[in-house]
Design a protein around this ligand. Sequence first.
Ligand code: GUN
Length: 287
Amino acid sequence: MSLLLDGRSLSEKLRSEIKQEVERYVKLGLRPPTLAVVLVGDDPASQVYVANKRRACEKVGIRSIVYRLPVNTTTEELLELIAQLNAEDGVDGILLQLPLPPQINQQEVIPAISPKKDVDGFHPENMGRLVARMEDGFIPCTPLGIDLLLKHYGVELKGKEVVIVGAGFIVGRPLSLLMLWRDATVSVCHIHTRDIVEHTKRAEVLVSATGVPGLIKAHMVKEGAVVVDVGISRLGDRIVGDVDFEEVKEKAYAITPVPGGVGPMTVTALLLNTLKAYRKALGKEGI
Ligand code: GUN
C-alpha cells in the first residue's frame, strides 16, 4: 500500500490558517473577504460544487454570495451581471461555475471578468502570467491545489518526468505550465495521443484529469510513481476517480484518494485565491 496524499487533512490545516488570517482582518474592523459565485442553469454536479464552495467559505469567514441565473440566460445578461460585480468594491472574487449552457459564449464571458477578481485564473491575462511565470497572477484552483499537495508531501519535481493525461483548460493545460515552473519535464496526453501507455509508463509523477473512471490501470504506471487523480465520476452511489485505485495503490509510491485527495485541495486553493484578491484590494500583505 502506498503513501496516501491526503488532501482532506492538508486542507483542514490550510483552512484553519486562512480562518485565523480572516479573523485578524475582521478584528481590525475590516470587511470580510467576499466571493461572488455565479451559477447558470441547474447542472446537478455544479450545484453540488457550488454548495461545497459556499460551505467552505462560510467556515473560514469568507462571505459568499451566490447568483443563480436561469438556464436560458443570454450572453448579454451574464455580461451585465459580470460588469456589475466587477464594479462592486465589496466583491473581491468572482467565480463563474463551468460548464455554462451552450447558448452562452464562454470565450466572451470569461475575459469579461476583471483579472483582479478572477479567482479561477481563467482570464487570458492570468493565463498569460502563468506562461510568463509572473507570480502575482491567479493560478487556476486545481493546479494550485495539486502543487500545494505535492509540496506538502515533499515530492521533488525538479528534473522529474511529469505526465498529465488530459489537456483541458481547467486542469491539464495550466498544470503543465505550473509543473514547468517547478522545472519538471512535462508531457501532456490527450485524445489524439497515439500511445498513452508509452507515456504514462515513463511518468515519475502521473496526473490524470479526464473524467473517465478507471482509465489508469496498474500496467500503465511506473513502479514507485506518484499518482494524482483529478477525476470525479459518479458510479452508482460511489464517487470514483480516473485511477483504478485498488490496483494502482500497490505499485505507486504515493497516490491521492478519491474522494479526499485533489477535490478538497481545489476548494482550498479557491479560498487562498479569494484571500489573495482581498489582500490586493485592500493593499494588505498577508498578516
Ligand atoms: N467546473 C469544474 N471545475 C471548475 C473550476 O475549477 N472552476 C469553475 N469555475 N468551474 C469548474
